[in-house]
Design a binder for this molecule. Structure first.
Ligand code: GCO
Length: 444
């Protein structure tokens, strides 16, 4: 990698990110069942019906994993806390072993000089709450607030930053309209409710943490560039609807207290009554904004389909193993647009960015020049956004380890570190060594 730390401001934070269900091994330590266990147990949802029962066994191997993070020269580690590990039924009895685990994990980060960047929900809803309607039930704001209070009463004094919810679009739209993640629902009314309740829960958790006297509170949004697939006015409008649903709904709700009209057009009839009364809570001030960025979509109008009457068509750019187009400019454009239109001077972090590949070990080594190139191109766009005035304060590579890529199972490898899912051996890839060289003198 040609870029190094020196190409970024002195206080710029480099980190790497993971999430609980994707790496910990949810069968260990008394965690409760989650809707991902149920989704994976239903034929046809997940490749090879794989689940997160063992995953990378980070639950037992976290010291070794954090050693790898520290040795690469990262400043911070973005991790998540599993609701069902702390509260197996989502409410009521606490699993002391679960809270103890996150306590040990936090201290292990601090001992290695890594700043803990926590997320409270990265998709593993306790099944007992899914039984009550999960994200469709407006009570989830209070359930999530209670869980937040339990976790942060214990850990809050040691967190550098906290985001309540990872990628609200995935929690709501991908999972309740497209049906491609747990709970796998395809229903516009369920989707509309989830779209609102996920932000209500964000607001309630933020309120609770402020009440505990905490700072460093933000939100993490996955943004996807919406590119009209052709020059027609119909496709331009379809792309604007896609941008509205994917990006502007959440940015507008959280940073302006309003939802975009182009989305309300389709969703308002299905929102819970009195939704307007929640907007002040949803848009209370934050300390930073996180952007997860991977790709763009090419959107065309599909006038025969009901609202939002659009479809995505394959693009011409080189693609990752997820079949996602590689479009680094989108990261620059989102950083600039977010600061200009939504967040002003608020610190921005790239909280996830990375690519999947089919990485093999050969002669004891895992070479992934494609991934080094991906990181280099995206980091260049971050540097360009900073030069253009966007207040970007940090960048987190997704992901530390090959892990459970949700409905794709263990086949899509995103890690800087290769994981052999039979032996669980960790092998740092070429991209890990390149990062280390960019971040430390020792790695050069
Ligand atoms: C995300 C997801 C991660 C995925 C990654 C690659 O936050 O987008 O949270 O869990 O693994 O995005 O798809």
């Amino acid at each position: 990698m040609k870029l190094t730390r020196k190409d970024f401001p002195e206080d710029f934070i480099f980190g790497t990110a993971t999430s609980s269900y994707q790496i910990e091994g949810h069968a260990f330590g008394g965690a409760g069942r989650t809707h991902w266990d149920d989704y994976a147990a239903t034929p046809g949802n997940v490749s090879r019906a794989e689940d997160g029962g063992r995953a990378c066994d980070h639950y037992h191997r976290y010291p070794e994993d954090l050693d790898l993070v520290a040795a690469a020269g990262f400043d911070a580690y973005r991790f998540s806390i599993s609701w069902a590990r702390v509260l197996p039924d989502g409410r009521g009895a606490v699993n002391a072993e679960g809270l103890d685990f996150y306590d040990r994990l936090t201290d292990a980060m601090l001992e290695r000089g890594l700043a803990p960047y926590a997320t409270l929900y990265h998709w593993e809803l306790p099944s007992a709450l899914a039984d009550l309607g999960g994200w469709r039930n407006g009570d989830i704001g209070d359930w999530f607030a209670d869980y937040t209070e339990i976790v942060m009463t214990r850990l809050g004094d040691r967190m550098a930053t906290v985001a309540p919810i990872n990628e609200p679009w995935c929690v709501a739209w991908l999972s309740h309209f497209m049906g491609l993640q747990a709970p796998g629902i395809r229903d516009i009314r369920a989707a509309a409710r989830a779209m609102h309740h996920v932000l209500l829960a964000h607001g309630r958790a933020t309120q609770v943490m402020r009440g505990l006297g905490m700072g460093g509170l933000g939100g993490v949004f996955n943004l996807e560039w919406s590119n009209p697939a052709d020059d027609s006015e119909a496709s331009r409008l379809a792309a604007a609807r896609y941008d509205g649903i994917y990006n502007r709904w959440f940015m507008g709700g959280v940073f302006k207290g309003e939802y975009p009209a182009i989305v309300l057009e389709g969703l308002e009839p299905h929102l819970p009554s009195g939704w307007q009364d929640d907007m002040a809570l949803i848009s209370q001030p934050l300390d930073w904004c996180g952007i997860n960025y991977y790709t763009r979509k090419n959107i065309a109008a599909d006038p025969r389909a009901p609202w939002p009457s659009l479809t995505d068509v394959p693009g011409v750019l080189p693609k990752t193993y997820m079949d996602w187009e590689i479009y680094p400019e989108g990261l620059h454009d989102f950083l600039i647009r977010t600061a200009r239109e939504y967040t002003g001077d608020l610190p921005l972090y790239v909280t996830e960015n990375g690519m999947a590949a089919h990485d093999d070990i050969m002669a004891g080594e895992c070479r992934d020049p494609h991934r080094i190139d991906y990181y280099e191109k995206h980091l260049s766009e971050v540097a360009r956004a900073i030069a253009g005035g966007a207040p970007v304060k940090g960048y987190f590579a997704w992901s530390l380890l090959d892990n459970y890529e949700w409905s794709f199972g263990y086949d899509k490898r995103f890690g800087l570190v290769h994981v052999d899912f039979d032996t669980l051996a960790r092998t740092p890839k070429g991209s890990y060594h390149a990062m280390k060289a960019a971040l430390t003198e020792a790695g050069r």
